[in-house]
Design a protein around this ligand. Sequence first.
Ligand code: ADP
Length: 470
Amino acid sequence: RKKWKKVVNVLRELEEGCETRVERLKQVVDAMAVEMHAGLASEGGSKLKMLLTFVDNLPNGTERGTYYALHLGGTNFRVLRVHLDGQRSSISEHEVEHEVERQPVPQHLMTSTTEDLFDFIASSLKEFIAKEGDGSKLDRRELGFTFSFPVKQMSVSSGILIKWTKGFSIVNMVGRDVAACLQDAVTRKGLDVRVAALVNDTVGTLALGHYHDADTVAAIIIGTGTNACYLERIDSIIKCQGLLTASGHMVVNMEWGNFWSSHLPRTVYDIDLDAESPNPNDQGFEKMISGMYLGDIVRRVILRMSLESDLFGPISPKLSAPFILRTPLMAVMHEDDSPDLREVARILNDIFEIKDVPLKARKVVVKVCDVVTRRAARLAAAGIVGILKKIGRDGSGGITGGRSRSDMKMKRTVVAIEGGLYSSYTMFKEYLHEALEEILGEDIAKHVILKVTEDGSGIGTALLAASYSS
Ligand code: ADP
């Protein structure tokens, strides 16, 4: 009996530690907007890097031709080809004509050498092109490279890697020009392909979002990792003093995974996860939100419960194996609607080798998944509102002549969103929407539209290769 009480205590502590009432979320919103300002003011002014992308024009539908994209970022590596006829009508939602091939990034390449990694990428491209057969009469091909790690861009088609994230760690790569590495590898394979654009995945997503809907102002990715970008006025980017763009705007890659604020609700599990990660004190926001980490937070809570009570049987050594519980399986447990929580029992058995867990303990596991996912989704929502606030689209500014908040004209605002957590984890998506509405209020929230794109980052990058090819 006493043992059960201990489990309940662990759960209660977790709930308290993960508390995200709307007041707290609003503090996170403000902190995000403040950090954005600081990151734009000076290099190193904030944990938010607010990286320049040199993308000053987003695709508008007049692009034409065949273009390629390679996408390296998380779980899957992708090669794409898009066909553009220059005729996209402004209201059409129909897809950009494209072909895509996906394959998992071989685990060993994530920690191998630059040459191995880029040879793998270039070989995949070569095979992809070879399958076109003789029908294709392109001489030289233009390609965009979607690379979802922080890069300091020198131009739209060059930039150096700042650091690895999401479990990648290849020595001697940090500080090198990513586009040049790819260009060399592609040339070594004898391909006449030019790397025309080096693009963060969020920027690709924004490009495709904007191609379909000109009210798109920002893009968010919540998959293995998490990040965001948005369209900023060039005169707000203080740190690039003197730089002008024809449009007066530039897309800024926030690298928001590294956002930090004392208002973020942090638990001992987050602290331990961070300390044991290869990048401690880094990517703090990402470690609370993205797919790489959520399952592992849950594992840590179950381990703690198992240490304090015998409800989970003898302590399974599997409970101490980092990252053994993947987020998609955590989602399956969370969304198990069978009366006896059969899926929860199966996964506890398959992953942790914990057998015969009583129903009430299974219910606790579901609750743990719920608490962890709810916090993640609500923090992501606060981050999104932080961006809207920075660009004056949160409905809080611009009230003139004493008009009430509800009278105010709020511009239709579209945010492109992509990634497995949002697109495949229903509870995550629902919690995110719920929090957006709580923070913004119903009247404002109805003008904010989240639009899912699939392979948007890749297709959007090919669109940018089209815009920026010579
Ligand atoms: P990337 O790895 O490039 O970020 P995605 O955006 O497709 O690719 O995200 C994949 C990630 O999303 C996985 O690593 C996983 O953590 C998470 N994910 C995928 N499907 C689900 C799901 N059904 N439930 C919860 N998380 C999921």
